[in-house]
Design a protein around this ligand. Sequence first.
Ligand code: ATP
Length: 346
Amino acid sequence: MSGRSERTTPSDGGEAAIDVEGLELVYGDGTRAVDGVDMRVPRGEFFGFLGPNGAGKTTTIKVLATLLSPTDGEVRVNGFDVRTAARKVRASIGYMPQETSVDEELTARENIRFACESYGVPRGEHADRVADLLDLVDLADVADKRAEEFSGGMKKRLDAATALVHRPPLVFLDEPTTGLDPKARNRLWDYFERINDRGTTIFLTTQYLEEADQLCDRLSVILDGEIVAEGSPAELKRRVDGEILDVQVEGGETERERAATVAREFPAFGDVTVSVDDEGVSVTAETARKHGTDLLVALRDDGITVTGFDVRAPTLDDVFLAITGEELSADPDADSEMHETEGVVG
Ligand code: ATP
């Protein structure tokens, strides 16, 4: 699936929303969390920062949001240097952290009003601003309910709204959908697209390739503190040469490993990448479609029972595997703890 990847990329005239050169961040204990990152995010772009747990995403966001000072490198946000103009940077950004900042004792309306006060929005503008944001994230109907009654997805929407009270031209969303079920996640995506459609630049970190694919104009992939790939989702997918043949096999790990060996040594495929998953093997090859059925015969001849197969175009998961040699561990549905409901959780 490709969401917005074929959209026209916003023009890169003038100053970038984010301009980073040679960023390094070493924590006090010596951990080199970010190691020489360069990136430029034009105004208006929906930019994705993708990587597994511990890759350096949050550390990078914290530097961009002036919560951490860079060890080395040049970092400008909305034209301001994060070292010398931190206050101006902070006034020009919205930040939705991983952990919710919603006050559960307050209603949705009160939470947004409180954020207006914290950000110094003129008092006379509060009512309009609150109404506009409640509308934007579809919480107008429950505006006067206390946030403790809200589902996880609703709290995240309220978080997104509070990050926008001062109408920042750039907003950071740090893994905003982690822990949400697919329905809640999909709903949040709609709001993020709306925010971006208003002209707001979005910097989103995520472990979910599907999310990046759906939302982002352009992506950088970070691994162990270094950028290992960048481009639009479509460009990145083109880096995977060929198509993917998924083959499900009967039996356990031994059978799957045997199937992988047969696929790797299958002469008709030439240059081939094979990975083993819980159900069987995935084979990436230029001739996956043409010679797929021949492989199935070879597997049968080797005594392996094939229970299903499918040939498909590469996803960003395949891209990540091709680039890093590692599976991106996050399964969007594996850690769904919060469940979206319509309206208020009772
Ligand atoms: P996650 O998805 O788990 O949030 P991430 O990509 O955001 O991962 P970071 O949180 O930026 O990654 O962490 C990058 C590296 O820095 C990791 O090795 C992490 O253990 C380490 N790290 C993070 N915070 C600190 C800290 N305060 N002190 C020392 N090391 C830290």
